[in-house]
Design a protein around this ligand. Structure first.
Ligand code: T6T
Length: 345
């Protein structure tokens, strides 16, 4: 029987110019572990196609944080694929993007011995040993979105091209500020693989362009209020900042608030990673000028495909890189509508 289940997650309430007119979409690229993405490669596939799983496997999805539309969309993609294949996916997540809260969830999931775990680890070091132990206990571990320092224990790792996305964010800032100027990044926390890769991609591109000067990255701890305060302080110190790359949903929300409080909406250009409903609204209202949208639902689907293929003894691609697209006011109702994240399945 086809089933999908959602465990009540702990509540956490959980943001161009014509120069950028044509939406830029990265092509998903498929690659073996460790190899660089090849943008000209064919569309990624996580595993050999399966119509129906050999049995109703118990797959547990542990989000990076509950209530985040990125992970909700991933859950929706995982659930839809699970229903198709006749397996069960159960989802839960910590109240904050924090390994001290995520590890106990992982421990209790492992104790119940599911067939597979899909997880977005909240820290590159802190989550590695418990995940290694889960794999050693015979559970298939599929990393979705984030990874750890040495993911050799994992059956598969599926994530966006985060470094490429950071570079695309710089290209968007440059198109909005062709004369250059001071730019900064509002990130989440160091040690989160995705955000670190986005910062790297943006920083390298900004430093390579002599028209721009790169200010130190700020860490908002995945909290919009903290990002707003940090942004206000940054603008007091450097009132001539021309552009900010906000490296995820909450960073973008807070950055837009900080810029608005400084009375600089529209003057300081904001490019945010992620495309939740609030970010799409902010783009339409003009408090944010561009978004780099990931494909969380596709990551969830690929995660389930990888887990099922591994459990069925089939072929699994160990590393899958999914694409992203840059959304501006020009394509928000077309490509943006298709890329927008869900707040419920
Ligand atoms: O940007 C996503 C995700 O890719 C990242 O790892 C953590 O933040 C988000 O969930 C957005 O809030």
């Amino acid at each position: 029987m086809k089933r999908t289940t959602t465990v009540a997650v702990t509540a956490a309430g959980i943001a161009l110019a014509t120069a950028l007119s044509a939406c830029t979409s990265s092509k998903p690229a498929e690659n073996a572990a460790g190899s660089a993405a090849d943008p000209s490669a064919p569309a990624a596939s996580a595993a050999a196609p399966v119509d129906k799983a050999a049995k109703d496997y118990n797959i547990q999805f542990i989000q990076g944080v509950a209530g985040d539309e990125f992970y909700i969309s991933m859950q929706c993609g995982a659930q839809a694929e699970a229903a198709k294949l006749g397996v069960t996916v159960t989802t839960q997540g910590p109240q904050k993007f924090d390994p001290t809260l995520q590890k106990p969830i992982l421990d209790s999931v492992v104790a119940a011995k599911p067939d597979a775990i899909l997880i977005a680890p909240t820290d590159v070091t802190a989550m590695e040993a418990p995940l290694k132990a889960a794999a050693a206990a015979g559970i298939k571990v599929v990393l979705v979105d984030t990874t750890t320092e040495n993911p050799s224990y994992a059956t598969a790792a599926i994530a966006s091209d985060n470094e490429g996305g950071g570079k695309a964010a710089f290209d968007a800032i440059k198109a909005l500020n062709p004369n250059g100027g001071k730019v900064m990044v509002m990130s989440t926390d160091p040690g989160i693989s995705t955000a670190d890769a986005r910062v790297k991609g943006f920083e390298e591109a900004a430093k390579a362009d002599s028209a721009f000067s790169y200010l130190p990255v700020q860490y908002s701890h995945n909290d919009a209020a903290t990002a707003a305060n940090l942004m206000s302080s940054a603008l007091q110190k450097d009132p001539d900042i021309v552009g900010v790359f906000a490296a995820n949903l909450f960073a973008a929300e807070g950055t837009a608030t900080g810029v608005r409080q400084a009375g600089k909406t529209g003057n300081v250009k904001i490019v945010g990673f992620d495309a939740g409903p609030n970010q799409i609204k902010a783009l339409k209202e003009g408090t944010v000028q561009a978004l780099v949208a990931q494909q969380p639902s596709g990551i969830g689907k690929d995660g389930v495909d990888s887990a099922v293929a591994a459990l069925d003894g089939g072929t699994v691609n160990p590393k899958v890189q999914t694409g992203f697209s840059t959304i501006t006011k020009d394509n928000v109702d077309t490509e943006g509508a298709a890329a927008a994240y869900q707040s419920a399945c």
